[in-house]
Design a protein around this ligand. Sequence first.
Ligand code: ZN
Length: 272
Amino acid sequence: MDRSRLAINQITTPSWSLKDAIDNYAKLDIAGIGIWRDKLTELGTAKTRQMLDATGLFVPSLCKTGDIAKLDIIGKNAALDDCRKAIDEAAEIGAPVVVFVGGGCGTRSLTDARKRVGEVLSQASEHARTVGVDIGLEPFHPMHAAERGCINTLSQACELRQEIGNEVAVILDVFHCWWDPALTSHLEKATQLGVASAHLCDWRVPTRDPVMDRAMPGDGAADISGFIRQLEVSGYNGPYEFEIFSADWAARDPIEVVHICLERYDRYCQEV
Ligand code: ZN
């Protein structure tokens, strides 16, 4: 592991505009930036690509598409259209993967909602293959099944990949999967399973909010060293992306936050 694989997801420093995040990450020796589509509209894809090329930052993934239950309310093809659009945007900025979250179950049963995720992924996979961008399915912690993500285990994500094809990659997020009973067996075969990016953060004890209360890696209940070690042993050579959704961390000086991410990353590099 070296710093060339270190990225920060811009949700970790939400007070910065996309332009400031790109400039500051590059200045502070961060190799990559996870970009959000709402932030992308600040600059547009062409200008963003220009800035990325000028600074040399890589983009591990573009966040996000999915949210099927919400998009289905808008129209029959809205979820598929959004997914295709996200794939195009990812291609335009040079991101190899677009993060796909599935969305909650809405008014469907959980079983039907999961079937619908498979349907949209399958329909979108053709476009992904044509464009050359993977769809990174991110299983969500089960507490989010109703509202944010109805694919909850690594096994479910891997089954969808097997059914649909290699355009469906897997995003491993510590917050969402640290508890998964099958975590170890999945980490051991991470490369076969198409792990496209590993999102680093930690499970704060106690967790006070389902979304905005993640901890910095090393400050919570998850075994981050074990997580990284097993990934490395499996042959994983993809990015590690710090993704700290947290009201506490968002309120701190973003430069300090980036320094802490860097310090933690260096520590894990030495430990592993
Ligand atoms: Zn994530």
